[in-house]
Design a protein around this ligand. Structure first.
Ligand code: HEM
Length: 496
């Protein structure tokens, strides 16, 4: 078998329709990026740069060196509360999800047909809409039939009453199965279901006479546009820094609409998902994951996943199951809701240290319990990503030096170290760049521009987005600062 299938075992997962977070891609994808003409659902920003192909042993050694050590843990990031880590994962799922069946996709192995444009359309909530995915919607309350989204109810003391809707075996019934992969992203999905439902109530109070179809359409648009606003104004500014975010999306002024400055991300017909983003820069979020979290004031210090060498009943935040009793997330521990900094959990700095539990993924995500760092690095090789230095040079940025990359400490033959110092895998490079150029508080110039251009470009190229339809639109829902709707405001609206 080729690199891509045997090392990440994705062929089987895709065949079963099971998607690890990030999975769900057309069979035969590995052949795609090498076509200079390719511009389907996936594509490249830097088509002329050569692919980097280090030996697998080198990538595995690099992945091993990225394991966060107990005696030298990654520090907290004072600028990014930990809820934004999972908002980042939620956004990733939204723009990389493709509900088209794998059978259909296999008929087009090179994905030259654009089955689905990456968009911030919240298909994880709406599926294919009330007519095609009625099981995602309220049906017993006649007023809100096909208008509100269904919230799940558990019975029995062992579980929380409110949860995602689930089948008899506990699997979530949601638009994107990946949003049940861990407790925090699963609770975030529930928060967004509630946000839509709160917006329905809000619209209905103002326009009591609307028929249900119109009520749904209006609420859906308000929900999507406020979420899109949060993505490019709150999330993006935190992740790439305000300066970069505003260089790529210059906010509207009294005399001019917002202006986008996309230098490296261009498309012919509609935006595509660049592999430099999805397999390189945007995987920065893996380094923000903490090893343990407090869910609320009662349930504290729970590891994100159980350690491979300690199976058994140990509590962990692995998903694909009903929400245990008392585990409802208190969002004031995850987003700056005005409760003071003491309780707020921060994300880890963006750096080359990856939390220990991610070095042995739970079987639900990877049957062979491999390291996420190794999967990322091997995936980058399989998809022919160029090196970080090559991308930096193509962007006119000064590449990181050997001293900054600090590869010398790896236990590798000198020749391998020298080649990594000259050409480092893009994902590793992006993390190192954040570490040395921005103190791990946000992404550096190369990764920051890739992320900002793609997140803003997807919005600008979406014919239904607020930026396309009504560029001067401002949020209309209640916010702590008028017109500056951010994630804490979304939480408040959702929870009433
Ligand atoms: C506990 C948290 C997380 C876990 C366990 C996790 C796990 C995974 C796994 C198993 C993959 C597939 C790896 C492969 O085979 O290539 C993946 C892909 C990915 N992850 Fe995560 N992830 C987490 C959080 C995040 C966050 C916070 C972000 C960004 C902010 C992120 C961004 C991505 C992206 C962009 C992909 C590729 C998606 C695609 O192309 O379909 N992940 N992740």
């Amino acid at each position: 078998m080729g690199d891509s299938t045997d090392m990440i075992g994705r062929q089987t997962a895709a065949d079963e329709g099971i998607t690890a977070h990030g999975a769900s891609e057309p069979a035969g994808l590995d052949a795609v990026p090498h076509s200079p003409f390719f511009q389907g659902r996936f594509g490249r920003m830097f088509r002329t740069l050569p692919p980097l192909r280090p030996r697998d042993e080198v990538l595995d050694a690099l992945a091993g060196a990225m394991r966060e050590r107990r005696d030298a843990p990654s520090a907290d990031n004072p600028k990014i509360p930990s809820g934004y880590t999972y908002l980042g994962q939620f956004i990733d799922h939204d723009i990389t999800f493709d509900p088209v069946s794998s059978l259909q996709r296999r008929n087009d192995p090179d994905a030259l047909v654009d089955f689905r444009t990456p968009r911030y359309d919240l298909d994880s909530l709406y599926g294919s809409g009330p007519a095609v995915s009625p099981y995602l919607y309220e049906s017993s309350d006649r007023t809100f039939r096909g208008v509100k989204l269904l919230v799940g109810r558990n019975s029995g003391a062992a579980f929380e009453r409110d949860d995602l809707p689930r089948n008899q075996q506990g699997r979530a019934l949601i638009g994107d199965p990946r949003n049940d992969e861990n407790t925090i992203v699963s609770q975030l999905q529930l928060l967004f279901l509630r946000f839509h439902n709160a917006v329905v109530d809000h619209v209905r109070r103002r326009r009591p006479g609307l028929d249900s179809g119109e009520l749904f359409r209006r609420a859906q648009r308000i929900t999507r546009w406020h979420y899109q606003w949060v993505v490019v104004h709150d999330f993006l500014e935190r992740i790439v820094g305000r300066e970069m975010a505003r260089a790529v999306l210059k906010p509207a002024t009294a005399s001019s609409p917002p202006v986008t400055d996309l230098r490296f991300y261009a498309w012919d017909v509609q935006p595509f998902m660049p592999v430099e983003f999805s397999v390189g820069a945007y995987r920065f979020g893996h380094s923000m994951v903490r090893g343990v979290y407090n869910l609320n004031e009662i349930v504290t210090s729970v590891p994100i996943f159980a350690a491979a060498d300690r199976p058994g009943p140990l509590e962990h935040l692995g998903g694909f199951r009903r929400l245990p009793g008392a585990w409802t997330v208190d969002w004031s521990l995850f987003f700056p809701m005005g409760r003071g900094r003491a309780a707020l959990q921060l994300s880890r700095r963006i750096d080359t240290k990856i939390a220990a539990p991610l070095h042995a993924l739970p079987p639900g995500l990877d049957r062979r319990r491999r390291s996420l760092a190794a999967l990322n690095l091997r995936r980058g090789k399989a998809l022919g990503l160029p090196s970080g230095q090559a991308v930096a040079a193509a962007m006119g940025e000064t590449p990181l030096t050997a001293a900054e990359l600090d590869i010398d400490r790896l236990e590798l033959p000198a020749a391998d170290k020298a080649s990594l110092e000259a050409d480092a895998p893009l994902w590793f490079y992006c993390l190192k760049e954040a570490e040395v150029r921005a103190g791990g508080e946000h992404l550096g110039p190369v990764a920051g521009r890739i992320v900002a251009e793609v997140l803003v470009g997807l919005l600008a190229g979406d014919p239904l987005s607020y930026l396309h339809v009504s560029p001067n639109w401002r949020p209309t829902l209640p916010a702590a600062r008028s017109g500056a709707f951010a994630m804490p405001d979304l939480v408040r609206v959702a929870l009433g």
